[in-house]
Design a protein around this ligand. Structure first.
Ligand code: PLP
Length: 360
């Protein structure tokens, strides 16, 4: 069977060359007569994989020595508890920007461990725009301000950020490695791997080393950024296979020319799709133009009764997982780094034909 175009929001499509390489190496990694899944995480062979992956991740994002790079368990969600536990006092205050589904999740978890102030929210508009940074009403003595630069479900994003005197924490799950960012503006960037990095379950954190060592007393060891850093992300057995695959994705991205080159492709893909949607009276996207995500493109059909037919026919055309999240409805095309431009062209071709058939 030929490979399909997977528009799923995550676990997302992986670069085909990476999958092929993994397939070739699966039974016999580097002549060891074993799969990489079967070797000790403490073996020199695995340490080399881990070290190289971190080096490539650092190089792709120009991460300085001022920051620790951690690979973690529990995807992005685990960090929702780790962040307040590590960076805030129980009776302290932190700020969160409420921009949609994932921000709300982060807020709910943080409220268990500290006092949360909602510094800005676009909930009143059903998250049709991202609150501008200049409108964030940050508390005095706030330990940090948390935001979600790319809301995967709503399809909205904040693509620029000014320096801030309050430490900035960002859930970059669905935006990481999609376009260049200045790490130095952030105190902590974290996320799950399953969009632009690798298999689900693996998480990452890029944290200013100066913030380590201040966790609340109740913090479980495995949720303490300091213990993870001291143990070189191997306090316990790490998700070795996912880490190995992440390393291959970093290499793939470097070979492609790095994030600058990737961003050009991503922007081109997104612009094509949005301009097709905007030119049609059959499809629509309701996000404020400057806040439209270049990774997740939600769209609605004029006639919602056609949703099931659209999904059925698109699946037959080899375009998978286009169903929008249940909280938003309609469709969503996730067009992450590994989703080839030809996939976006095929989607637009399909949407155009579907419109011609059904726009009466
Ligand atoms: C922006 C964002 N944050 C958090 C998560 C949760 O990630 P995980 O399932 O890895 O915990 C997701 C998952 O899609 C996401 O898109």
């Amino acid at each position: 069977m030929p490979r399909m175009y997977n528009f799923g929001a995550g676990p997302a499509t992986m670069p085909e060359p990476v999958l092929k390489e993994v397939q070739e190496e699966l039974l016999d990694w580097q002549g060891l007569g074993l799969s990489v899944m079967e070797i000790s995480h403490r073996s020199p062979e695995f340490i080399e994989i881990a070290t190289q992956a971190e080096k490539d991740f650092r190089e792709l994002l120009s991460i300085s020595d001022e920051y620790a790079v951690l690979f973690t368990h529990g995807g992005a969600t685990m960090h929702n508890a780790m962040i307040p536990l590590n960076l805030a006092l129980k009776d302290g205050t932190v700020d969160y920007i409420n921009s949609g589904h994932w921000a709300k999740r982060s807020i709910k978890e943080a409220q268990k461990y500290t006092n949360v102030n909602i510094a800005a929210s676009s909930e009143e508009s059903n998250f049709s725009y991202f609150p501008e940074q200049s409108s964030w009403n940050i508390s005095e003595n706030s330990a940090y301000v948390h935001y979600t630069p790319n809301e995967t479900i709503g399809g909205l994003c904040l693509r620029t950020l000014d320096y801030s005197s309050t430490p900035i924490v960002a859930d970059y799950s669905s935006g990481i490695l999609s376009e260049p960012i200045d790490i130095n503006k952030f105190s902590l960037i974290y996320g799950g791997a399953q969009k632009n990095i690798g298999p689900a379950g693996l998480g990452f954190a890029i944290i200013k080393k100066s913030l380590l060592g201040n966790a609340q007393d109740i913090t479980p060891t495995l949720l303490n950024y300091s213990s993870i850093h001291d143990g070189e992300s191997m306090y316990n057995t790490p998700p070795t296979f996912a880490w190995y695959m992440a390393g291959k994705v970093f290499k793939w991205l470097k070979d492609l020319g790095g994030i600058g080159e990737m961003a050009k492709i991503n922007i081109r893909k997104a612009e094509k799709l949005y301009s097709f949607i905007d030119s049609s009276n059959f499809y629509r996207n309701e996000i404020k133009i400057e806040n439209r995500s270049i990774m997740n493109v939600p769209f609605l059909l004029k006639n919602e009764e056609l949703n099931s037919l659209f999904l059925e026919e698109s699946k037959h055309a080899g375009l998978l997982a286009l169903k929008g999240h249940r909280s938003v409805g309609g469709m969503r095309a996730s067009i992450y780094n590994a989703l080839p431009e030809e996939g976006v062209n095929a989607l637009i071709g399909f949407m155009d034909e579907f419109e011609k058939k059904h726009n009466s």
